[in-house]
Design a protein around this ligand. Structure first.
Ligand SMILES: Nc1nc2c([nH]c(=O)n2[C@H]2C[C@H](O)[C@@H](COP(=O)(O)OP(=O)(O)OP(=O)(O)O)O2)c(=O)[nH]1
Ligand SMILES: [Mg+2]
Length: 136
């Protein structure tokens, strides 16, 4: 029997009109430190995934999002009894206000979708990056 809880994560794939996505480098001292990531973070207990998406993008990259849609869900079972299962909600963000920047001091950059190297991202991003490349 498994009693593991599920930690949901809301992630924004911010895409501009020239097929670039806004990507940050994870701080070195964190899990997957030094790897690339789409902005986002943990869904809190009182939130829906899309509430967390709006909050995290404002907190991390100063973006007020206007148009977004759920694009992909990735789930992973916990590797041990005392860890949560994880569920990643990836949203495509297509319209926003403001100009995104690294509000927490993180390194950020626009990357052309076709140039993305999935090996530079956490392993749960591999499928969504493949799907993203098939869009363009
Ligand atoms: N933001 C983000 N997290 C990802 C991606 N891929 C992936 O596996 N993750 C994982 C890494 C983390 O274990 C988890 C989200 O964590 P986070 O570190 O961004 O969480 P957070 O913003 O709420 O930060 P904190 O409060 O835990 O410091 O999801 C991704 O593309 N973007
Ligand atoms: Mg985060």
């Amino acid at each position: 029997m498994s009693s593991n809880l599920t930690q949901s994560i809301a992630i924004g794939i911010v895409v501009n009109h020239v097929n670039e996505v806004f990507i940050a480098t994870r701080p070195v001292h964190t899990k997957y430190g030094g790897m690339l990531e789409f902005p986002g973070g943990k869904v809190e207990s009182n939130e829906l995934p899309e509430d967390a998406l709006k909050r995290e993008l404002l907190e991390e990259i100063g973006l007020e999002i206007l148009k977004y849609r759920l694009f992909h869900i990735e789930e992973k079972k916990a590797s041990s009894e005392n860890k949560p299962n994880v569920k990643l909600y990836f949203y495509l963000v297509e319209e926003w206000k403001n100009t995104p920047y690294g509000k927490e001091g993180q390194d950020v950059k626009w990357h052309i979708i076709s140039s993305l190297d999935p090996k530079k991202f956490p392993p749960l991003n591999i499928t969504v990056i493949e799907r993203l490349k098939n869009l363009t």
